[in-house]
Design a protein around this ligand. Structure first.
Ligand code: SF4
Length: 447
């Protein structure tokens, strides 16, 4: 039996798509190996959000080929869509597939047969199949479920691409414009996830809040709120909306999350900058006031909600004053953690041509400052819940810490917890008491 290992970099959408690819390989009778194992085929689903992401992709391909020069290497994802020639210069890469081709991988492996798969032949030079953006824009493929923590939580793709054209972002170039899956497909996939035993669905898309599907028969346009109402009726234990643009997190969505126990008390809301001028340069679709009001509203309506914030430092034109505005703005918000990204010039974006670049050392310092604000926010957030009872979805793996075995999970509002390993807890939602803080690591809990 031939074997394949798949590895993913980047966003949740990539993870859900890799999972779909894994199922396709299994359907062809191939054995799934772990990343790092010697396998006949290796698939890398890449990201291209920063220069570092591109570099990491190249390093992974080289390291896989060093350990296993005979493996058939397939590279797909955003980096493959944007820079296929660059990847093809790595000796040993066999097949490069763009965004449109990704989930049709087997169309590009002629006469596939698991006994002697034609794909497991070494040929000279990589074959490149990458459609232009017009074609990428013309369709959307469904993808769902990923064994992020072994049949506990699953990603559900509802949307792909983005129409926003923020000046720093390559995603619209790699994944095309915003397209959404029909509501019926989304709910069918959700049912399959529930039937497979998962307890939590995490909504996934490039710009999930922009979900919009116009039914050609009824002429009705379905929005994200319709997806949420549909999921609420299906009977899954938990739905996590996760990442949503601030201008798209409506009062109706907040009310639904408040009224239904199924929706996790957790939002991840990109800010990118807390300075009005930088936000304008980024061409984000909201201003600082809108963001502040939204966080205040969430604090009032859902006081226990975990709120994560994406922020980019070192954007061209970000002076010390502008950066300080961002740091102060974030310090003053009642939020629970930050994801800090250092700005990275991406080819073919407007921002790459902007003047007033911020030097690398300043980017590094600013990044450190925000990371320490994030650590404090997270510590304060976790501290508030010590002594309280929370429901936790326990995962399935054993985590070894200082010679002892633990099992870990997430609360609805995104606090990581751990307790001594007990297999009876696997994939179960349990009420626990949070009883000990371990810095910003998983808090101890007991049943
Ligand atoms: S909203 Fe902006 S940053 Fe997010 S994917 Fe769209 S263009 Fe990129």
């Amino acid at each position: 039996m031939k074997s394949v290992a798949l590895h993913t970099l980047g966003c949740k959408l990539n993870y859900s798509e890799t999972s779909t690819l894994a199922k396709q390989f299994e359907g062809k009778g191939m054995k799934l190996g772990q990343y790092g194992e010697k396998t006949d085929v290796f698939v890398l689903n890449t990201c291209s959000v920063t220069d570092n992401a591109d570099r990491e992709c190249r390093q992974i391909i080289r390291s896989v080929l060093r350990k296993n020069p005979d493996t058939y290497v397939i590279v797909t994802g955003c980096y493959a869509q944007l820079q296929p020639e660059e990847i093809s210069r790595i000796d040993g890469v066999d097949l490069i597939l763009g965004s449109k081709e990704k989930l049709r991988l087997f169309d590009y492996l002629e006469n596939f047969d698991t006994e002697s798969p034609s794909c497991v032949f070494k040929e000279n030079g990589a074959k490149i199949y990458v459609s232009g953006l017009d074609e990428v824009n013309s369709e959307i493929s469904a993808a769902y479920s990923a064994d992020i923590d072994s049949r506990t939580r699953a990603f559900l793709k509802i949307q792909d691409g983005c129409d926003y054209n923020c000046t720093f972002c390559t995603i619209p170039l790699a994944r095309g414009g915003s397209r959404s899956l029909p509501l019926e497909t989304v709910l069918d996939n959700a049912k399959k996830i529930i039937d497979a035993g998962y307890k939590e669905i995490i909504l996934t898309g490039v710009n999930t809040g922009d979900y919009k599907y116009s039914d050609s028969d009824s002429k009705e346009t379905k929005k994200l709120i319709d997806v949420l109402y549909g999921l609420d009726k299906l009977g899954i234990d938990r739905v996590r909306i996760s990442s949503i643009e601030p201008n798209l997190l409506t009062d109706e969505i907040i009310s639904l999350v408040k009224s239904s126990e199924r929706f996790c008390r957790h939002f991840h809301i990109p800010l990118q900058s807390g300075d009005a001028e930088v936000l304008k340069l980024m061409r984000r679709r909201y201003n600082v006031e809108l963001y502040r009001n939204l966080i205040h509203k969430l604090n009032e309506e859902l006081p226990d909600a975990g709120i994560g914030v994406d922020v980019i430092i070192g954007f061209p034109g970000e002076t010390d004053e502008y950066f300080n505005n961002t740091a102060e703005f974030l310090s003053g918000l009642n939020i629970s953690y930050l994801h800090v990204f250092s700005y990275s010039e991406r080819k073919n974006t407007l921002a790459a041509g902007f003047g007033n670049k911020v030097d690398i050392r300043t980017r590094r310092n600013r990044s450190e400052i925000l990371r320490s604000i994030s650590a404090k926010k997270k510590y304060d957030f976790y501290s508030k819940y010590i002594g309280s009872r929370q429901s936790v979805l326990f995962e399935t793996s054993v985590v070894r810490i200082d010679g002892k075995d633990y099992i870990e999970g997430w609360t609805s509002n995104y606090i990581r917890v751990k307790t001594p390993y007990n297999p009876a807890l696997q994939n179960k939602i349990k009420e626990v008491e949070l009883n000990n803080l371990n810095g910003i690591g998983p808090a101890d809990c007991s049943l």
